[in-house]
Design a protein around this ligand. Structure first.
Ligand code: SF4
Length: 378
């Protein structure tokens, strides 16, 4: 269960000419049902990835069934991980998808070990487990069953409406172990959504997913993330978003501004220069020193969001979710309640925009640490 064992970026001498050099590669295929995507099916040596003890991440274990993500968010922090596979972090990240085909078998073996302590496992920490590939490979039902049957609590964060397929299974699992579910959404303007999240289901479809989850009796938090300075941080935009999230029955909400790590920064800034050149100086200033916005911006955003949370009743959600949402902006501490998850739910991992504890450290002036560097390896 060493996290290094998950790395797929080592040369495999048996790889065929013209094929990517990925350890454990079984075959690379394109199928008519998924135009534009190439699936690289691999045998992975392990399923559970241990988050290093010194990491700021609020979860000890992760599972990532896929590498690359067809949701294709321009701002995705995981883009650079594809370079380790000899792919580029742009179009290849969106279309060259590595699939751990033996994931469930390996996971079952790892969960059966006497040494397994049934600590929380987070899914959706690097790439989306309910991206399009899941429609073909159907790995998640086996993962959910294996975790629940072994008594292991888990959480899933996704933008993929394919999770609907597994709601009955998740309801069963929640009878066995604590289950945390989160849906990520941030952009409510259709044109902006199409430009920046071309492979992601529409915000309306994701709101419907939130409603379906809560109708099934499961808690569902929403990550209003990433908030894009100058693009989605207007009061009207935030008001519309929080109103829709509240109406969908979300049991918590977290509001988190964009962070731009290397890998995502290049692609996002290229898009910004083309689509909104007037905002380029502002972004260069905001992200001049670090991947995260300065504390001043977070405070400003917190003050803007707080009355909207009250307006939409999100400050009265169970578990202090609204308090958590504002704290997440103000302090960068996405722990259990702090990230806005309902009482009794578990800390959940994150994709774009979710800030780990180390950000708080750097806000306070200590040496900047970027724990995403660690997580990207998982
Ligand atoms: S931000 Fe999430 S959903 Fe979007 S491409 Fe990255 S992993 Fe996929």
């Amino acid at each position: 269960m060493r996290w290094e064992a998950q790395r797929l970026d080592l040369e495999d001498p048996s790889a065929l000419p013209g094929m990517p050099s990925i350890r454990g590669l079984l075959r690379s295929i394109q199928v008519p049902e998924f135009p534009g995507l190439t699936f690289h099916e691999v045998r992975s040596r392990s399923a559970l990835n241990h988050v290093p003890g010194e990491s700021a991440m609020p979860f000890p274990w992760t599972i990532n069934p896929y590498r690359g993500c067809s949701h294709s968010c321009v701002y995705c922090f995981a883009r650079r991980t594809h370079e380790w596979l000899e792919f580029d972090s742009g179009r290849d990240f969106d279309s060259q998808i590595v699939v751990k085909t033996n994931l469930v078998d390996v996971l079952q073996r790892e969960l059966a070990r006497p040494s397994w302590k049934r600590e929380h496992v987070a899914l959706g920490t690097n790439t989306d487990p309910y991206q399009r590939a899941e429609g073909r490979y159907k790995l998640m039902p086996g993962v959910i069953r294996a975790l629940a049957d072994s008594g292991t609590p888990f959480s899933i964060l996704t933008k993929g409406t394919l999770l609907r397929r597994d709601i009955p299974l998740l309801v069963e699992a929640a009878r066995q172990v604590p289950v945390g579910l989160g849906v990520s959404m941030a952009i409510w303007d259709d044109a902006l959504h199409s430009a920046l999240e071309p492979g992601v289901p529409t915000p309306r479809a994701r709101l419907d997913l939130v409603r379906a989850i809560t109708d099934a009796g499961l808690p569902c938090g929403v990550f209003l993330a990433p908030v894009l300075p100058g693009l989605t941080d207007a009061t009207a935009h935030l008001d519309a978003a929080l109103g829709a999230i509240a109406a969908a029955g979300a049991t918590g909400v977290t509001v988190i501004p964009l962070h731009l790590r290397p890998g995502a920064r290049e692609w996002f800034m290229a898009w910004l220069r083309d689509a909104h050149p007037e905002l380029v100086p502002r972004y260069e200033q905001l992200y001049a020193r670090r991947a995260y916005v300065p504390a001043e911006y977070r405070t400003w955003l917190q003050q803007r969001v707080a009355p909207l949370l009250r307006t939409h009743g999100l400050d009265r959600q169970s578990g202090g979710s609204a308090r958590g949402a504002t704290d997440a902006i103000a302090t960068g501490v996405p722990g259990d309640e702090e990230v806005g998850f309902p009482a009794g739910s578990l800390p959940i991992g994150g994709m774009a925009g979710v800030r780990p504890r180390a950000e708080q450290v750097s806000v306070r002036g200590a040496a900047p640490v970027d724990p995403w560097e660690q997580l990207s390896l998982l």
